[in-house]
Design a protein around this ligand. Structure first.
Ligand code: FAD
Length: 279
C-alpha cells in the first residue's frame, strides 16, 4: 500500500491503477508517460521481467485508447548486464510499440551510461522512425555535441537539466551554469528541428523560453513534467493548447525510487516537499 506522501508522485502499484490515473489526466488534456519503477538490475531475469511487463503495458495502453506512452530506464532493461542485452531489449520494446502505433521514451542515467544509451537510441530510431525518444541532460558538457549528432535522427529528444551528481570533469555543477547550458541546448534544438522537441522541466523560465522559441521557429514541441510536481501548471498549459505530458511512475518499487531520487540530489527532496505543500 503506497502511503499518501508517495501517492502524490506514484500512479499506483498496478497497471489498472496506473491506467485510471492516465484517464484522469487525459480528461484535463494531459498525456501520460508511464514508467514501471525499477532500475539497476544485474540479474538478466529481472530485466526480462520488466521488458515483458512493458510489452504487456503497451498492449493494454493500445487497447484502452488512452493518450499514454512509456519511458524505460537503460539499467532496468539490461544495461547493467551488458550493452548488447540492453539494446536487444530496447529494440524489442520499440518494435512492439511501432506495430501498435505507440511510443517509447528512454530515460538517461549516470554519465558512464551515455554512450551505450545514445548508440542504441540512434540505431533503433533509424530502424523505427518516430516511435522512440531519448532524454539528454544539459548538465553534461558533452550534450551539445550529442545534440548535434542526433538532431537529424528520426526520434524525439527530451532535454532535461540532469538529475545525477556527476564529477566536474564531465558535468557543470553550478546551477546557474546548468541553466545557461539548458537555454543554449533548447535554443539549438528549436532552431534545428521542426518536430520532436520535448522540454522536461518544471522551470517556468524554461517553459516560457520554449514557447517563445516555438513561435519564432514553428517547431512542434511538448512540455513534460513529473507527476505531483506543478500539476496545476500542467493543466493550465494544456488548457491553452500546449502539448503536455506527465511522467508518472507506477509499481511496487516506489520506496527505492524515492530514496534514490533524494540521495542523487538533495534538491529533489526539497521539490518533493514543496510540491506536497502545493507551492
Ligand atoms: P529546477 O532547476 O530543479 O527548478 C527550477 C524552477 O522550477 C524552480 O525554481 C521552480 O520555480 C520550479 N520548480 C521546480 N520544481 C518545482 C516544484 N516541485 N514546485 C514548484 N515549482 C517547481 N533527469 C535525468 O537525469 N534523466 C532523465 O531521464 C530525466 N527524465 C525526466 C523526465 C521528466 C518528464 C522530467 C520533468 C524530469 C526528468 N529528469 C531527468 C529530471 C531533471 O533532470 C531535473 O532533475 C528535474 O526536472 C528538476 O529540474 P527542473 O528543470 O524541473 O527545474
Amino acid at each position: 500500500m503506497i502511503p499518501p506522501i508517495a501517492r502524490r508522485f506514484v500512479a499506483g502499484e498496478s497497471v489498472p491503477e496506473a491506467l485510471d490515473h492516465v484517464r484522469a489526466c487525459n480528461e484535463d488534456g494531459v498525456a501520460v508517460i508511464l514508467n514501471l519503477l525499477g532500475e539497476h538490475y544485474d540479474d538478466p531475469a529481472d530485466a526480462r521481467a520488466d521488458v515483458d511487463a512493458y510489452l504487456a503495458l503497451l498492449d493494454d495502453v493500445a487497447g484502452s485508447g488512452l493518450d499514454a506512452c512509456i519511458s524505460v530506464k537503460p539499467s532496468q532493461i539490461g544495461l547493467d548486464v551488458s550493452p548488447e542485452l540492453f539494446e536487444s531489449h530496447y529494440r524489442e520494446i520499440v518494435a512492439r510499440a511501432h506495430e501498435l502505433d505507440a511510443f517509447v521514451w528512454c530515460d538517461m542515467e549516470n554519465a558512464d551510461t551515455t554512450d551505450a544509451t545514445l548508440d542504441a537510441f540512434e540505431s533503433i530510431a533509424v530502424e523505427y522512425p518516430w516511435s522512440v525518444g531519448q532524454c539528454l541532460q544539459s548538465n553534461l558538457k558533452r550534450t551539445r555535441d550529442d545534440l548535434a549528432r542526433l538532431v537529424d535522427v528520426p526520434g524525439k529528444l527530451r532535454l532535461v537539466k540532469g538529475a545525477y551528481d556527476e564529477p566536474e570533469s564531465v558535468a557543470y555543477t553550478d546551477k546557474a551554469r546548468v541553466n545557461e547550458a539548458f537555454r543554449e541546448d533548447l535554443t539549438y534544438l528549436f532552431e534545428q528541428r521542426s518536430r520532436g522537441v520535448a522540454v522536461g522541466s518544471h522551470d517556468p523560465a524554461m517553459i516560457s523560453l520554449a514557447g517563445r522559441l516555438a513561435r519564432e521557429h514553428g517547431t512542434d514541441y511538448e512540455v513534460q513534467m513529473l507527476m505531483g510536481v506543478r500539476d496545476d501548471a500542467q493543466r493550465d498549459l494544456a488548457a491553452i493548447g500546449v502539448d503536455v505530458a506527465q511522467y508518472a511512475p507506477y509499481g511496487d518499487k516506489w520506496l527505492s525510487y524515492f530514496s534514490r531520487r533524494v540521495r542523487e540530489r538533495r534538491e529533489n527532496l526539497t521539490f518533493a516537499l514543496r510540491a506536497i505543500a502545493g507551492r
